[in-house]
Design a protein around this ligand. Structure first.
Ligand code: ADP
Ligand code: F6P
Length: 321
């Protein structure tokens, strides 16, 4: 067997379904006869040697929970070669030869560095942002979008009653996917994302004429990568005199029970990562493309950018007239 002892960690921003992914890695690892360890607090725990052995019961009753039982961290020390070497050494001294890293693009960069130091790594895409290339979906994205859609549904009730406009700021550090999918699913009039240039004069005049033509509400979804919702609302008021109410959904989008889609995705990807490590693969990122599980060199993934889905963006525009 190529690997005998593996470890799993969660890193960067938590996302719903990380627990389901940890459970899948642990249970599949044990099923295939491996010893499985967990690292607490991401790369910080790797450096501090905060590592414990897992058994079948260690991951009981977590499939439905948001957050991550392994906790997570943003660890500056791991950005240095010294920190990475310390982490790799802590794995080696326990005889741990494989590591599954569940996290976003930054966490993948760390996994790539560990792979260059000889640790057999596998990346699992765990972030609500859906900004990892070579996978259609990341674990947590589906749940985050559902939360935004639910919030917009609620906002519509009060907006329609008052014939008002709402600016809703959603997460997505460099990515507009949450705004795009939630906007399409909730019928937002305008979706502002960092990937597509926009004209606020046009947004403001379309809003005014929509109200004139009998629309009873107007929803603008703003990805945080564009800027603050408050600034967008002020810019609109300056142009058309309408005063949109601003809602910043913030970390609400990262909590709560994962959807069944995220749990199934996490289960499939976690098991896939373990099987691929056993087959001798390393330095890879696991993803799902058109429903199929795929492996890509993690170096390729960290040096690429996910393509924005312009077709869906144009569709949202056509449907929101
Ligand atoms: P996410 O994984 O959600 O994108 P971050 O970007 O904060 O979150 O990254 C998580 C952690 O990954 C960082 O705190 C750091 O420890 C590690 N990391 C990020 N970039 C690098 C890098 N270039 N080299 C090594 N480690 C990195
Ligand atoms: O990467 C996930 C994410 O939720 C981004 O959408 C957001 O910009 C960032 O993390 C927020 O980070 P923090 O939890 O450190 O405030």
């Amino acid at each position: 067997m190529t690997v005998k002892k593996i470890a799993v960690l969660t890193s960067g921003g938590d996302s719903q379904g990380m627990n389901a992914a940890v459970r899948a890695v642990v249970r599949s690892g044990l099923f295939y006869g491996l010893e499985v360890f967990a690292v607490q607090r991401g790369y910080a725990g790797l450096i501090n040697d905060d590592i414990r052995e897992m058994d079948l019961r260690s991951v009981g009753d977590i499939i439905q929970r948001g957050g991550t039982i392994l906790q997570t961290a943003r660890c500056k020390e791991f950005m240095t070669l010294e920190g990475q070497q310390k982490g790799a050494e802590n794995l080696r001294k326990r005889g741990i030869d494989g590591l599954v890293v569940i996290g976003g693009d930054g966490s993948y960069q760390g996994a790539n560095k560990l792979s260059q130091l000889g640790i057999k790594t596998m990346g699992l895409p765990g972030t609500i942002d859906n900004d990892i290339p070579y996978t259609d979906l990341t674990i947590g994205f589906d749940t985050a979008v559902s939360i935004v859609v639910d919030a917009v549904n609620k906002l519509r009730d009060t907006m329609s009653s008052h014939e008002r406009s709402s600016v809703v700021e959603v997460m997505g550090r460099h990515s507009g996917d949450i705004a795009l999918y939630a906007g399409l699913a909730s019928g937002a009039e305008t979706i502002l994302v960092p990937e597509v240039p926009f004209d606020l004069d046009e947004v403001a005049s379309r809003m005014a004429s929509n109200f004139e033509q009998g629309k009873r509400h107007s929803i603008i979804l703003v990805a945080e990568g564009v800027g603050k919702g408050e600034d967008i609302a002020n810019a609109i008021t300056e142009r058309n005199g309408i005063e949109p109410r601003v809602t910043v959904l913030g970390h609400i989008q990262r909590g709560g029970a994962p959807t069944h889609n995220d749990r199934v995705l996490a289960g499939r990807l976690g098991d896939f990562a373990v099987r691929k490590l056993i087959e001798g693969e390393s330095g890879k990122a696991c993803g799902i493309i058109k429903g199929e599980l795929v492996l890509t060199d993690i170096g390729t993934v960290v040096n690429s950018k996910k393509e924005f889905n312009m077709e869906l963006y144009e569709l949202a525009k056509r449907l929101s007239q």
